[in-house]
Design a protein around this ligand. Structure first.
Ligand code: 6PG
Length: 251
């Protein structure tokens, strides 16, 4: 069962997430000298960065930043998850080394060549993790779509059954823009830690289904790392349909 932490509002949610990520970073760096993190787009980057961007206790120079999914657009396009994370977090952290920031290949993205963009990103991951086994991200930060999707893994899509690719192309994303690349479930499910971050009254019904109706088999429910843990960081509005016992107290 995922561990669900609910916070009074967006500020409290950002604060709780900041202290949690600080601890995850400290532990990963103590364990193997760096933190590998994959970040989603949507509302997550703003929630994540509000407090984290000024956190002086995090050794950001040891961070390696990837994307959990990305739209096939130029890096300066308003739809770019890279741009969103750059603006909300990376540009505020001078210690982050450019070589440790791993965006989608811009030429392939701009050309909307999703196959080449996905193959190139998979190669980037393989070069970093130096393994042909599945990569073990220290932390993957996921949003939750109103239909229960995460990354660019949408309900009923054939990509949900991808078993060999680390990164897959998609050309028919129901959430625009249609051309994207996404991490696949085997990668998500080999992560050491997956944290979902979602907020707002509009998410309460889907949060209740995902947390309390496991039989739905929604994409977010298929994130079950074999050796890792899943946490949900949400606000009280998104938690408002959950039973009290579904939430834990964040300490
Ligand atoms: C994307 C995101 C996507 C997002 C969810 C939730 O590229 O669109 O990675 O998976 O996380 O759609 O988005 P919101 O939090 O903005 O609802």
């Amino acid at each position: 069962m995922p561990i669900v932490y609910s916070f009074a509002d967006g500020d409290a949610l950002s604060g709780g997430l900041n202290s949690f990520v600080e601890k995850v970073s400290r532990d990963a760096i103590a364990n193997h000298g760096y933190l590998s993190v994959a970040i989603s787009g949507g509302s997550l980057p703003k929630i994540l960065s509000k407090d984290l961007k000024t956190n002086k206790n995090v050794e950001f120079d040891k961070w390696h930043v990837f994307w959990a999914d990305e739209r096939c657009v130029p890096h300066d396009h308003e739809d770019s998850n890279y741009l969103e994370v750059r603006k909300s977090l990376l540009d505020h952290i001078p210690q982050l080394q450019q070589a440790n920031i791993h965006p989608i290949h811009e030429a392939f993205a701009t050309a909307k060549d999703t196959e080449k963009a996905a193959a190139d990103y998979e190669q980037q991951l393989k070069s970093f993790f130096k393994t042909n086994e599945w990569p073990a991200f220290d932390l993957i930060l996921l949003g939750m779509g109103p239909d229960g999707h995460c990354c660019s893994l949408f309900p009923g899509h054939p990509l949900l059954d991808e078993k060999t690719r680390w990164v897959a192309p998609i050309n028919d994303s129901p959430k625009p823009p249609p051309e994207r690349i996404t991490l696949t479930f085997p990668v998500l499910n080999h992560a050491r830690l997956v944290v979902f971050v979602t907020a707002g009254d509009g998410k309460k019904d889907m949060v209740q289904q995902i947390i309390e109706q496991p039989e739905k088999n929604l994409p977010c429910q298929r994130v079950k790392p074999s050796e890792g843990h899943v946490y949900w960081f949400i606000d009280d509005a998104a938690a408002s349909k959950l039973r009290k016992e579904s939430c834990s107290e964040y300490k």
